[in-house]
Structures are given as C-alpha cells and as structure tokens.
Design a protein around this ligand. Sequence first.
Ligand code: FAD
Length: 156
Amino acid sequence: MDDRLYRNVMGSFATGVTVITTKVADVVHGMTANAFMSVSLNPKLIAVSIGANAKMHHHIKYSKKFAINILSSNQLKESKQFSGQLQSETEITFVNYNGLPILEDTLAVVTCELHSEYVVGDHTIFIGQVTGAKIEQKDPLLFSQGKYRELKELQI
Ligand code: FAD
C-alpha cells in the first residue's frame, strides 16, 4: 500500500487538537497530539498514542503523570509551537492544576496519572487514570486533511 495514500486516509478522520503537558525535574514539557480518546467511564481512563521518537515518550515514562490540554479555536499558535512548527517560539505561561502544568485559555483539561502503557508498532499507547477535569465555554480547534479548521454547526 502507498504510504502517502494511507496517511491521507488516516488524516481524513477529523479530530480536535490537544497539547500534552508534564513536568520532569521542574522543567515543563509540552507536545501537540491528536491521537487522544476516552477509553473507559468507570474507571475514568483516557489514551494517547505517542511516537517512539517523541521526547514526550520519555517524559511521561519518567513523570508518570500528565495533562491533556484540549485546545480552543484561538490556540492555533500553541498547536504549532508544541509540534515544533514555529520558526520563532514565544514563551508560554503555564498555570498549575492538580499538581501539573497546564496551558491558559484552553477549551478543557484532563489531568491523569499513568495507568499503563502498551508498545504498539512505532508508537506507545499511554493509558491515563483521570484525576481531574475542567471545561470552559469555548469552541474547539479542529484538525483534518492536514489543515486546522473551526467547528460549523449543520442544520437540516
Ligand atoms: P519537543 O520537540 O521537545 O517539543 C515540541 C515543541 O514544543 C518544540 O518546538 C518545543 O520548543 C516546544 N516546547 C516544549 N516544551 C515547551 C515549553 N515548556 N515551553 C515552550 N515551548 C515548549 N505526535 C505523536 O506522537 N502523537 C500524536 O498524536 C501527534 N499528533 C499531532 C497532531 C498535530 C495536529 C500535529 C501538528 C502534530 C502531531 N504530532 C503527534 C507530532 C508531534 O507534535 C511532534 O512530532 C512534536 O514535535 C514532538 O515533540 P517532542 O515530544 O519530541 O518534544
């Protein structure tokens, strides 16, 4: 199968955008990720899939806790910064929530302790046990077909 075709097919599945944040030895790390999902309601578990080459892979293994910042539609710049797509990066302000650094102005946040991890091909699926969650009245940032997009409500 052609790799480009496969990536295009997978990229046609529209998602929200998150930034995973954690702290190791008092240094805050962040990484943009859209391979995020809710796994279980009781107990409350979520999953993120992180590439073996991403530094975040090691940060989570070490810190054993992380936050999922669900980005709002005005956080395109944050998504680009935490995926290494900006030429000149700006200093980001983090605030503390449940003992973890989180971004300001997000749509929602979920904090987790590392529950388990599964190496699957060239990624590791990290399962997080949810320790906290909060949400604001904002629209989500979306990602589909390699482009950032905004939500549009459809009516019949
Ligand atoms: P780094 O390369 O260390 O960090 C990434 C960037 O964040 C760097 O530019 C760094 O300067 C900046 N940064 C980190 N910490 C801070 C800080 N404290 N203050 C300011 N800036 C900071 N990859 C996956 O594995 N899984 C996914 O689900 C996934 N989804 C993605 C979705 C989208 C929409 C995009 C654009 C990319 C996605 N990626 C995903 C790719 C991933 O975001 C990049 O490969 C990323 O660069 C890997 O980061 P890293 O952990 O190696 O950390």
